[in-house]
Design a protein around this ligand. Structure first.
Ligand code: ATP
Ligand code: MG
Length: 137
């Protein structure tokens, strides 16, 4: 199924100068890039974006981290790209991520894991609309 999904290069990925490497990897895997935004979230925006995690012990720290520097938000399209992107990104904890995944290669901790990928079990459409309200899904 042709579908869209959302990838974010988190503040640690930008600080580590991984934008080019990650975009190159995405292109190599055959995803189509529909749009890219470079921006910095306010703490309020980070809290809104990650509100699914409200109440968890890492929520405050996660929101502060996501608002700590610029991020790159990438809208992708491809066949089954929601599931394929999660596979390419790897497990949340880089030490547990499979070989060849972005988090295994570049992640430094369970929080600073370089990228966010929209989760098909949560709400991909909401995440796309959060950053690209003009997009028709
Ligand atoms: P993401 O939603 O960013 O793609 P994910 O779906 O693999 O990651 P989630 O459980 O949705 O993982 O957690 C969202 C983010 O919160 C993680 O990517 C990570 O940055 C942070 N996080 C998750 N669990 C922890 C934890 N135990 N300690 C610190 N930070 C965490
Ligand atoms: Mg998630």
């Amino acid at each position: 199924m042709l579908e869209k999904t959302l990838l974010i290069i988190k503040p640690d990925g930008v600080k580590k100068k991984l934008i080019g490497k990650i975009i190159s990897r995405i292109e190599k895997e055959g995803f189509n890039i529909l749009n890219i935004k470079f921006l910095k979230l306010s703490i309020e925006e980070a809290k809104e974006f990650y509100k699914i995690h409200e109440g968890k012990d890492f929520y405050s720290s996660l929101c502060e981290f996501m608002a700590s520097g610029p991020i790159v938000v990438i809208l992708l399209e491809g066949e089954n790209c929601q599931r394929r992107l999660r596979e390419l990104v790897g497990a949340t904890d880089p030490t547990k991520a499979a070989k060849g995944t972005i988090r295994k290669e570049f992640g430094s901790s369970i929080q600073e894991n370089v990228v966010h990928a929209a989760n098909p079990e949560e709400n991909v459409e909401r995440e796309i609309k959060f950053f690209f309200p003009e997009i028709v899904i």
